[in-house]
Design a protein around this ligand. Structure first.
Ligand SMILES: [Zn+2]
Length: 305
């Protein structure tokens, strides 16, 4: 018994001193999960937005100011996705580490493939909430891989002693994501070129990656609510092209989508674009498993092609 205790003490004495975990805040749950994937137990992570909220319009709760004040790292989606709610939280946190451009501010959009970058003059004058290209880029798994790599590299610079740990966590995530991609590609292979309509322009990277053809949107422009004139044109186009699936993000009113569904015979499919959008979607890989599962079931149900 006594020698047991001595042995236990010896083990304790030999253990390296516990390092404080890197304190990370992220704008969204997708970024929080990617941070957890590569950061493991060497990070403490919390997201400001919930996955069931419209990421363009999040209520900036003051409680997040205190949390941001203690953060070592803030990871954001960027491309002005958070412009309506994050800047005041950052400023009021008075935390020099996480101010825009500081070392603890990581804009995930800088290392990914961005679609729909406007050419010519950039303006929000018409209310378009995507003035710097499409900010929903995490819906391509290869962009998820690039974000995870950027976070792992950043963590390694912030906590150099843990760099090998972050590198091996990233390698494991990359491997699991690669295996999942094979599964998703096989699932979607029969439906290349499938025509769909979506409510908001949340899915261009997803559509590109999985071979879907988005022929129209319920919103006339990103962030602009549906108008009767635009809806009539959309219905005519959906009938002409025989579109049978209308994707709606969970935070939009279903009234217009349902009337479009009645007119065209298309199925209105509510599909979450983020981790946490449904309670089953607890991580980044599950997000695609869940969404592709929903989509394929709807394709089979409607006979869409
Ligand atoms: Zn958007």
């Amino acid at each position: 018994m006594r020698s047991y205790a001595i042995a236990a003490l010896a083990v304790l004495a030999a253990a390296p001193p516990a390092r404080a975990a890197v304190n990370v805040m992220t704008a969204t749950e997708d970024l929080a999960d990617l941070t957890r994937q590569v950061g493991g137990d060497r990070v403490k992570v919390e997201s400001i937005a919930r996955g069931y909220q419209d990421p363009h319009f999040v209520e900036a709760k003051p409680s997040f100011i205190l949390k941001l004040a203690k953060a070592d790292l803030l990871v954001v989606v960027g491309r002005e996705l958070e412009i309506g709610w994050l800047p005041p939280l950052i400023q009021q946190s008075r935390n020099a580490k996480v101010q825009v451009g500081a070392d603890g501010y990581l804009d995930a959009s800088l290392t990914v493939k961005i679609l729909e970058i406007p050419t010519g003059q950039i303006t929000r004058a018409m209310g378009d909430v995507h003035p710097l290209g499409n900010p929903h880029y995490w819906l391509d798994p290869d962009n998820g891989r690039r974000i995870a790599k950027a976070i792992a590299d950043k963590l390694a610079r912030m906590a150099p002693a843990d760099a090998p740990y972050f590198a091996s966590r990233y390698a494991d995530f990359d491997r699991r994501l690669g295996e999942a991609e094979k599964r998703w590609d096989a699932l979607m292979a029969p439906y290349k070129g499938l025509k769909i309509v979506t409510y908001h322009r949340s899915w261009p990277n997803f559509a590109d990656r999985f071979g879907l053809d988005v022929i129209g949107y319920v919103e006339p422009r990103p962030g602009i609510p549906p108008s009767p004139g635009h809806t009539i044109e959309l219905i005519a186009e959906m009938k002409r092209q025989n579109v049978k699936i209308l994707l709606v993000e969970p935070y939009f009113d279903l009234k217009t989508p349902q009337s479009i569904g009645r007119e065209t015979g298309a199925k209105v499919l509510v599909m979450p674009p983020s981790v946490g959008g449904e309670k089953e979607i607890t991580d980044y890989i599950q997000l695609f498993d869940y969404d592709l599962g929903l989509l394929v079931a709807a394709i089979k149900e409607t006979g869409a092609k």
